[in-house]
Design a protein around this ligand. Structure first.
Ligand SMILES: Cc1cc2nc3c(=O)[nH]c(=O)nc-3n(C[C@H](O)[C@H](O)[C@H](O)COP(=O)(O)OP(=O)(O)OC[C@H]3O[C@@H](n4cnc5c(N)ncnc54)[C@H](O)[C@@H]3O)c2cc1C
Length: 561
């Protein structure tokens, strides 16, 4: 092989940097939603997640995909999924950082905000392993519906020890849980579930049942147990279904195959059949949907957090690349039109971060604060709908900043392709866009919702004319809602108003003004990069930079202070 040329004008990898210190939007949202919070755990996490070593684990876990082994060497059914060691390294890091059930132990004054920020940071490293982490976090409120099981399982669901061994729960140092609702004939409409539950006596964990049927999507099937829906004599009910029974025998959960997915590669999602599987009732018989929705609510929070994390990562990669790549005699980041694109993406990313952490705060306080309870109810579908809807569009534009390299799966820039493939998922699972928008209608029609929204938006009153005009129309629109066909429009507009009101309180005035002028005042187009001429692009871009760079521009990043 002859050397034909020197490699020039390619960006270095964005590695060995501090994800937390460089994320000004996240730090501002934390200061606002959790004043006085000790951010040392996040600072540690930010450095660790940005390391070369962890990035290598993320890459390897996405290349060496989970493999199903239905039988052992001699033909016995085992239903095991094998993962690459990097998957386990990532799971160990997430569990060790308390991103699963630890928040419910109330070790901090702001446990859900702290965990939310950590979850967002981890998403920047690798989002797919966060599926079982998220479900293990989310299960706690629903699992309380069976006090005996809860008492046995809750401490190990919060344990910081990751233990993937196929052993019964009492022999394990830490436990994980998943959920099974979606069946072939219906996912959004879970009332269509056909899995049957038949009474099989009672024991120390309460009413015991036998489940027969299937689940069409059953992610992270190596979790230690699952909450599932099945039809009992009184209707759709919620059940606790362990993978291994207490005596160590495998429960009759047959993994048929793993899904071949667009993205989310490191995580296994399966199709399963239950063949007289043993399960215990959680909550009241016939009240399965509200029971399992307590879990769904928390995973919807994580969809918003996850997409916000992915947006931040895509933005960081776009800024990093354009800061080092030249075209037409200038760094891309110095080209006026590219500055408009980057600043517009930065606004979207900061607004997503702001509303995500605001929602997490509602979960910290909803138990003893009526306004926070109202916000948890209203903002959950709003944040899930709007942030996740914006995610794919955002990823496409950030990818384009990298040109052709953005579309390639390899190396540092290959992360962008991974983000792009991951983005649509948070919008689909746990209630796709329409389902979320319809839920916004239900939430906003509640007696106290309009007043709670007004209270939430009040601190920003008088700070921007476009925001005031926009907010003034909302009560009449809510009052005059004609039907479901308007649900997306309303969900979008309430989301924008809440985002603007939060930015008024957490972001520099250039960020707030540009957000209001574009998203609320009409000084904007239909694609990113269409901010008006008055937008303070310099401040917006500077605030979003993932690293500080040595002058003159170009070369490798240095760590930010
Ligand atoms: C990678 C992956 C992993 C998953 N893991 C799990 C898991 O672990 N456990 C689990 O239970 N599920 C899981 N799911 C399933 C997921 O939650 C469902 O796919 C999702 O809820 C949508 O259900 P569905 O696929 O049946 O679509 P459908 O319910 O058929 O919906 C199709 C479309 O119709 C829209 N729609 C539905 N009803 C209405 C209406 N009334 N008005 C207007 N529009 C409507 C929806 O918004 C959607 O856009 C997973 C999905 C994916 C992709």
């Amino acid at each position: 092989m002859r050397e034909t040329h020197e490699v020039l004008n390619q960006a270095g990898a964005l590695a060995d940097y501090d994800l937390f210190a460089s994320n000004a939007a996240l730090r501002a949202a934390l200061a606002f939603n959790a004043p006085g919070l000790d951010v040392a755990p996040l600072a540690n996490l930010g450095t660790r997640l940005g390391s070369d070593e962890m990035q290598a684990h993320a890459r390897l876990a996405n290349i060496h995909l989970p493999a199903l082994r239905t039988h052992d060497r001699v033909g016995r059914r085992i239903d095991e999924v094998e993962f690459h060691p990097s998957y386990h390294a990532l799971m160990g890091a997430a569990v060790g950082s308390g991103l699963h059930g630890t928040a419910w132990m109330g070790e901090s004054a702001h446990p859900h905000v702290l965990r939310a920020a950590g979850f967002m940071l981890f998403t920047e490293l690798e989002p797919s392993i966060l599926c079982p982490i998220s479900m293990t976090y989310a299960v706690t409120p629903a699992l309380r519906g069976n006090a005996e099981i809860f008492n046995d399982w809750a401490p190990k669901l919060a344990s910081r020890e990751y233990d993937p061994a196929p052993k019964p729960w009492h022999e394990k140092a830490g436990l994980t849980m998943g959920m099974g609702m979606t069946e072939k004939q219906g996912g959004s409409d879970v009332r269509a579930n056909t899995t049957r539950a038949e009474r099989d006596g009672a024991d120390a964990w309460g009413e015991r049942y036998r489940l027969t049927g299937h689940k069409w999507f059953f992610s992270a099937p190596m979790c230690d147990a699952f909450l599932v829906l099945a039809q009992s004599a009184s209707g759709l009910s919620c059940f606790f279904l362990p993978r291994l029974l207490s005596d160590g025998t495998r429960n009759a959960i047959r993994i048929q195959r793993l899904k071949d997915k667009l993205g989310n590669k490191a995580n296994a999602s399966s199709e399963v059949e239950f063949d007289n599987a043993t399960a215990w009732l959680v909550g009241d018989e016939g009240r399965g949907i509200p029971q399992i929705l307590e879990m769904g609510t928390m995973t919807r929070l994580d969809c918003a957090l996850g997409t916000s994390g992915l947006m931040r990562q895509a933005l960081s990669l776009a800024l990093h690349h354009t800061r080092q790549r030249k075209a037409f005699g200038k760094y891309l980041i110095d080209q006026p039109l590219m500055r408009n694109v980057l600043a517009d993406l930065a606004l979207e990313s900061e607004a997503a971060t702001a509303v995500s952490l605001r929602l997490a705060r509602a979960f910290d306080r909803r138990a003893d604060d009526a306004h926070e309870a109202a916000m948890a109810r209203l903002l959950t579908p709003i944040a899930k709908f709007w942030i996740c809807k914006r995610g794919s569009h955002f990823a496409q534009e950030a990818m384009e900043c990298l040109g052709g390299n953005g579309y390639v799966e390899e190396g540092g820039e290959g992360v962008m392709a991974r983000i792009y493939r991951e983005m649509p998922l948070n919008s689909i699972w746990e209630g796709a866009g329409n389902i979320m928008a319809l839920d916004v209608l239900r939430a906003i029609r509640k007696a106290d919702a309009a007043a709670a929204l007004e209270h939430e938006l009040a601190p920003a009153r008088g700070m921007h004319a476009a925001l005031d005009r926009f907010v003034a129309t909302l009560p009449a629109r809510i009052e005059a809602l004609a039907g479901e066909g308007e649900a997306r429009r309303l969900a979008q507009d309430v989301a924008l108003a809440v985002q603007a009101a939060l930015l008024a309180q957490t972001a520099p005035s250039d960020v707030f003004s540009a957000f209001c002028d574009s998203r609320l005042g009409g000084d904007w187009g239909h694609a990113f990069g269409t901010l008006g001429s008055s937008a303070g692009l310099d401040t917006i871009i500077e605030r979003a930079m993932p690293c500080s760079y040595p002058p003159p521009r170009g070369g490798q990043p240095v760590k930010s202070a």
